[in-house]
Design a binder for this molecule. Structure first.
Ligand code: MLT
Length: 267
């Protein structure tokens, strides 16, 4: 499944994005170091009833790469600028996976006027420990020296649940998204994720209707941790997706789409 990829120049960067369907807007923000392609099943499903926007975030896919550090705030501002450039002024449903979820938290902090609902998939509300942040800086240095191959070889098995690991086409699609990410983009994003804020003290103020969705076998943002932060949010519902790891929407598209559709219809 491929979709027409549009592009738009916004200040110094060129953003690539899918724009499919009509109606209320749902925006999908991918994980690290992937692209809009991880949302193929969701784009296909929700563009039947909604306007779906799925950008490649800065430094990923076909969007411009900027060097140094790309923060989650930078990405949230890029998304807000994209929506404004597309004349989308009514509040959107923002669905972010993992890094896309970190960007969604920033979007809530910085662009609340554009936010109607949140869907947080396989993501975390806490900041990095010093050790995790150090690991990110190490990976940034390695990837610049050795290229994205290292990440493409090691990451898919960490991201996927047991069932998806045995599906070669799923593993290949993740490898190919990672190999399509510029090493400078990977490095800049790792540095930015290392700097992200801890949302814990703000969870009680996130009042927009929220769906918190987690793969039952997610080892990176485990179900217990996600359920805990959902409980701290006043309007959040937690749903666990069986037989999925950290990429639940890609591993179990039907169950994920059903959960998102039922959330959209009930809020
Ligand atoms: C992701 O899937 O986006 C990553 O696991 C985010 C992270 O490295 O924290």
């Amino acid at each position: 499944m491929t979709f027409e990829l549009n592009s738009i120049q916004l200040d110094s960067i060129n953003i690539a994005y899918v724009d499919e369907g009509d109606g209320e807007c749902v925006v999908f923000l991918h994980g690290f170091p992937l692209s809009h392609s991880m949302w193929a099943s969701q784009i296909q499903e929700f563009s039947k009833t909604h306007r779906v926007i799925a950008p490649d975030l800065r430094g990923h896919g076909a969007t411009s790469v900027t060097q140094g550090t790309v923060t989650m705030q930078d990405m949230a501002h890029d998304v807000a600028k994209l929506l404004k450039a597309l004349d989308i002024t009514s509040p959107v449903t923002l669905c972010g996976l993992s890094m896309g979820g970190y960007v969604a938290w920033e979007f809530w902090r910085l662009h609340q006027e554009l936010l109607g609902r949140l869907v947080l998939c396989d993501t975390r509300s806490i900041a990095d420990s010093e050790e995790v942040a150090r690991g990110r800086h190490m990976m940034a240095a390695q990837v610049i020296q050795a290229g994205a191959q290292m990440a493409a070889d090691s990451m898919p098995m960490k991201l996927l649940g047991e069932k998806a690991k045995t599906h070669l086409e799923v593993v290949e699609s993740i490898r190919s998204m990672i190999l399509g990410t510029d090493p400078q983009g990977i490095a800049a994003t790792q540095r930015g994720m290392a700097e992200r804020i801890d949302m814990t003290s703000q969870l009680a103020q996130v009042e927009v209707p929220t769906l918190v969705l987690c793969g039952a076998e997610d080892a990176i943002s485990p179900p217990e941790e996600m359920q805990q932060f959902a409980t701290a949010m006043p309007n959040a519902k937690f749903v666990e997706i069986a037989n999925a790891g950290h990429l639940a929407p890609l591993e179990q598209p039907s169950a994920t789409n059903e959960a998102i559709r039922s959330f959209l219809e009930s809020t």
